[in-house]
Design a protein around this ligand. Structure first.
Ligand code: NAD
Ligand code: MG
Length: 408
């Protein structure tokens, strides 16, 4: 879908946020708070009804959906005691139905993990402007997802800071059709995907097995949800982003290179055949890509402090060390193997990270579980949604089996 400046200038835009109580959800609401041309049509979340209540009181959406039914019951009671008009629904199907509503112009996809797949696909099928933070849905379903974007004329705008940066560095005509473009024809020789290296960039490799949950979720530059924080510490996040970049920019594996940039000021770069490298920079704050995508092709305030170049001491770049970040290598290998492997690794990782977050397995076990699942996966088709959901299910079962065996 081609988005014109007038589309987003003249009429108020109604937004549905999937995952409004999370880190990206809160940042999205903060950008909307500062830009009155956007109104909130619907909010959805997992089980945090207290946070959802506060959001409904402030933003007065027409609908609020909780994944968890008990949370929905509590929310309904609390809203009625505040005389609030928001209608409360529950479950994934309600989210899938709501994103399709005629009133919805923009859908922010910010549920964490595979739970985001069906509501995001539903928004794509309704041809909405879809702001994609939930990278897992694209990693899981790649070709199917992109085919649906094309078929239904959805506008897909990346929220992941790296992909948003790459998008901003693309030629304008390719921005209008990024997942269909031809990098070579556009004179692009490389996509340089930057990553900070997370909290363990310099930690003694021999002590990684003892990493605690608190250490793993303490990212040096970004404030994020717990799952993506652990993924950043293992750099599986960069691996998932590698796969995400392949689909978003119609790239081949060899078109993408990962560069460690610990300061997180450059959010990624595009290198052209004439030697030019375009980089997008800014303070590490997700409100910048959110504001960019919400207003695209216009620009709006985000509340992010401008960069102060004179206050920067270091600005460094290195190649990733795969012995420190084996999950990154595993995801890149899965990307070469194809859809079944990327669906499986995404599922295994979600189970492994949850097990780590609940102190059932150690930090370095995350890689072992992911690698073993990938190794065990039978070869099979991953073309239809059913194929994909089946691979996801089998990979989760293998991951649970490996974890349970280790625990007994
Ligand atoms: P988070 O854990 O802070 O929030 C997740 C949101 O999803 C919450 O609102 C939660 O209630 C909701 N949720 C969880 N399970 C659900 C379910 N089964 N059904 C419906 N809703 C459910 O996560 P986050 O950090 O905001 O990340 C969200 C997504 O954005 C992830 O896919 C992540 O990879 C991506 N992302 C996040 C950042 C960031 O800076 N936080 C940056 C780039 C990409
Ligand atoms: Mg990112």
């Amino acid at each position: 879908m081609i988005l014109n400046a007038s589309d987003v200038n003249e009429t108020p835009q109604q937004v549905c946020i999937l995952g409004s109580t999370g880190s990206i959800g809160l940042s999205t609401l903060d950008v909307i708070r500062q830009n009155t041309q956007f109104t909130v049509f619907a909010l959805t979340a997992g089980q945090n009804d207290a946070q959802m209540l506060a959001q409904c009181i402030e933003f007065k959406p027409q609908f609020a959906v909780m994944h968890d039914e008990h949370s929905a019951v509590r929310l309904k009671a609390a809203l009625s005691s505040h005389n609030a008009k928001t209608q409360v629904l529950s479950g994934t199907q309600a989210m899938c139905d709501l994103v399709k509503a005629d009133d919805v112009d923009v859908v922010m996809s910010a549920i964490v993990g595979a739970a985001g797949l069906l509501p995001t696909l539903s928004a794509v099928e309704a041809g909405k402007k879809v702001l994609l933070a939930n990278k897992e849905s694209l990693v899981m379903s790649g070709q199917l997802f992109i085919d649906k974007v094309k078929k239904h004329g959805a506008a897909l705008l990346p929220i992941d800071s790296e992909h948003n940066a790459i998008f901003q560095c693309l030629p304008t005509q390719m921005q209008q059709d990024a997942n269909n473009g031809n990098l070579l024809e556009q004179g692009i020789s490389k996509i340089l995907l930057t990553g900070s290296g997370g909290p363990f960039l310099k930690r003694d490799l021999n002590t990684l097995a003892q990493v605690t949950v608190d250490e793993a979720v303490a990212h040096p530059n970004w404030s994020m949800g717990r799952k993506i924080s652990v993924d950043s510490a293992t750099m599986m996040n960069k691996g998932l982003e590698f796969i995400e970049a392949k689909w978003l920019f119609n790239a081949q594996v060899d078109d993408i290179e990962v560069v460690i940039h610990p300061q997180s000021i450059i959010h990624s770069m595009v290198q052209y055949r004439d030697g030019s490298v375009l980089a997008q920079m800014g303070n590490p704050d997700m409100r910048t890509p959110i504001a960019h995508a919400l207003a695209y092709p216009n620009r709006i305030d985000s509340g992010v402090k401008p960069l102060d170049f004179t206050a920067m001491s270091d600005f460094t770049f290195t190649a990733p060390d795969f012995s420190r970040y084996p999950n990154l290598k595993l995801a890149m290998d899965a990307c070469r193997l194809g859809q079944g492997a990327t669906t499986a690794i995404n599922a295994a990782n979600e189970v492994a990270v949850n097990a780590f977050l609940s102190n059932k397995v150690g930090f370095t076990d995350i890689y072992k579980i992911n690698a073993e699942v990938l190794n065990k996966m039978p070869n099979g088709q991953t073309i239809t949604l059913d194929d994909i959901l089946n691979v996801d299910k089998v990979a989760r079962a293998y991951a649970c089996e490996i974890i349970n065996k280790a625990l007994n």
